[in-house]
Design a protein around this ligand. Structure first.
Ligand code: PGA
Length: 256
């Protein structure tokens, strides 16, 4: 059975004090390992170490929001996998739509990052998702296929064992407009079939596919209840313990 992963992406939010208090709340809400649910938090890079201190001894995992693909060297402003691991990260988000659309990341750059992070032993959350115009033009599946092919190019099944996919329709991110459970299920089913064709059906049955885009306590259970939805990547609602913890609880309820 696939274990739910509930991940908080804090994006470029919090200051050290609020990051520490939020991390403390999460640590108190996820004190020990659970068979059915894994909890991940991805704070801004400057707060990785203070957050690590706050979640130490709890079941909360630490992840970064991005990584650079090169080994340590002359790459001003960038952060490599080894540094993230040194700060306590075991996960990294790669290819978030904000990095694709605002920073201009291409599938090729994303692929370099995926390769480097996997080679270093990090678990990669590869984010994919279509824009509203692409959905309206009936291109959702073609866009997902292109992002999957690009992001996972050259990645073996063995390496892909440390990959989690996050389906995040861009039109649902930060907008309050969430995909319906049916829309999410249909995209997730498509992604799982893509993985089955690219790797094997057995492998596809085990890979986790998270949904992201305006996940809130009141829609979490219906989204997470879909057969191919294995967790959530949560932005806005991950910045408040009283919104994020109920999403973890929704996964716990479904995992029972
Ligand atoms: P949101 O963001 O929950 O605020 O829509 C999700 C994400 O971008 O990961």
């Amino acid at each position: 059975m696939r274990r739910f992963l509930i991940a908080g992406n804090w994006k470029m939010n919090t200051v050290q004090g609020s990051a520490e208090s939020l991390a403390g709340e999460l640590a108190a809400a996820a004190t020990s390992e659970e068979a059915g649910v894994e909890v991940l938090v991805c704070p801004p890079a400057p707060y990785l170490i203070p957050v690590r201190e706050k979640i130490a001894g709890s079941a909360v995992r630490l992840g970064a929001q991005d990584v650079y693909f090169e080994a340590p060297g002359a790459f001003t402003g960038e952060i490599c996998s080894e540094m993230l691991q040194d700060c306590g990260c075991t996960f990294v988000l790669i290819g978030h739509s904000e990095r694709r659309a605002i920073i201009g990341e291409t599938d090729q750059l994303i692929n370099s990052k995926v390769r480097a992070a996997l080679a270093a032993g990090l678990t990669v959350v590869l984010c994919v998702g279509e824009q509203l115009s692409e959905r309206e033009a009936g291109q959702t599946e073609a866009v997902l296929d292109r992002q999957m092919e690009g992001g996972l190019e050259g990645i073996s099944e063995q390496e892909a064992a440390a990959v989690v996919i996050a389906y995040e329709p861009v039109w649902a991110i930060g907008t309050g407009v969430t995909a319906t459970p049916d829309q999410a299920q249909s995209a997730h089913e498509h992604l799982r079939s893509w993985v089955a064709a690219r790797y094997t059906p057995e492998f596809a049955a085990g890979i986790r596919i998270l949904y992201g885009g305006s996940v809130k306590p009141d829609n979490a259970e219906s989204l997470l209840g879909q057969p191919d939805v294995d967790g959530a990547l949560v932005g806005g609602a991950s910045l408040k313990g009283n919104l994020f913890i109920p999403i973890i609880d929704a996964a716990r309820k479904l995992a029972e």
